[in-house]
Design a binder for this molecule. Structure first.
Ligand SMILES: NC(=O)c1ccc[n+]([C@@H]2O[C@H](COP(=O)([O-])OP(=O)(O)OC[C@H]3O[C@@H](n4cnc5c(N)ncnc54)[C@H](OP(=O)(O)O)[C@@H]3O)[C@@H](O)[C@H]2O)c1
Length: 260
């Protein structure tokens, strides 16, 4: 590690990073950024075509990428993802648990099935990926896991009612701390990012709606939504040796949403 050239701390050259939910939105940007920082990336999600397209783009830019169809809520798929990654790259250094869905409905009108579907992907999926990838990292005594939570794992949404989503993200924040504590002496760090508002398939309707956007701007201390590239600093920091003494934390990247 170099005090003279701190940029070395952020390098991911030679590392292998798995990104779930890489077929669209933030996951796509995360995968591209990790590849840009030197990592070989594994792109996981259900829509294979989008993954292949992204993998081609990364390889055209001189990187290495593997597209892996995977439903994170299915144990067999996650096993396959780990197996395919080891077969192609032989190791896993970074895992970004980004796959997620939301469900905007007032709690009094919600259904148990809807609640379970959100939990299956947002919580069970994160648990399974942490566990299966974590086993590989523990064997190598090194690794960094980054769970993508949400500001709604930290504070309530209310006007955009999503109890199941908020519950799943709150649980991700808590599980991040717990797994981090369990693995802290074994070389594997676990942290979370809690994004505020960013445009994606998930938030597309909201970004098209003028009233919602003026509410968002009024409610956010910085007065605007985030840009995807504004998550990259936190991502690369947590993925790399720059954060070697940081574990169990949730870093909000939210323009100040959670400070007021
Ligand atoms: N955008 C925001 O403002 C915001 C704010 C806070 C937190 N987040 C979080 O950021 C993450 C990414 O969301 P996004 O905004 O980028 O939304 P998005 O564009 O809808 O992306 C969601 C991704 O998750 C994947 N996914 C969904 N279910 C899956 C499953 N069962 N197995 C594997 N992959 C699955 C989707 O791919 P397939 O459909 O191809 O499987 C897609 O790639 C989510 O965890 C979300 O909660 C977003």
């Amino acid at each position: 590690m170099s005090l003279e050239d701190p940029r070395d701390l952020f390098s991911l050259t030679g590392r292998v990073a798995v990104v779930t939910g890489a077929s669209s939105g933030l996951g796509r940007s995360f995968a591209a950024a990790l590849a840009g920082a030197g990592a070989r990336v594994v792109l996981a999600a259900r829509r294979q075509e989008q993954l292949l397209q992204l993998a081609q783009g990364i390889e055209a830019d001189g990187g290495e990428a593997l597209a892996a169809a995977c439903d994170v809520s299915q144990e067999a798929d996650v096993e396959q993802l780990v197996g395919d990654t080891l077969e192609r790259f032989g190791r896993i250094d970074v895992l970004v648990n980004n796959a997620g869905i939301t469900r905007v409905v007032p709690v009094e009108r919600d259904t148990a099935e809807g609640f379970e579907q959100v939990m299956d992907i947002n919580l069970r999926g994160v648990f399974l990926c942490c566990q299966r990838v974590g086993r590989v990292m523990l064997e190598n005594s090194t690794g960094s896991i980054i769970n993508v939570a949400s500001v709604f794992g930290l504070v309530a949404a209310g006007q955009i009612p999503q109890a199941s989503y908020a519950a799943s993200k709150g649980a991700v924040v808590s599980m991040t701390r717990e797994i981090a504590a369990q693995w802290a002496r074994r070389g594997v760090r676990v942290n979370a990012i809690a994004p505020g508002w960013f445009e994606s398939e998930m938030t597309g309707d909201m970004f098209q709606d003028k009233r919602s956007m003026s509410w968002l701007r009024a409610r956010t201390p910085m007065g605007r939504a985030g840009r995807h590239e504004e998550l990259v600093g936190a991502l690369v920091f947590l993925a790399s040796d720059a954060s070697s003494f940081v574990t169990g934390q949730t870093l909000a990247v939210d323009g100040g949403w959670t400070i007021v």
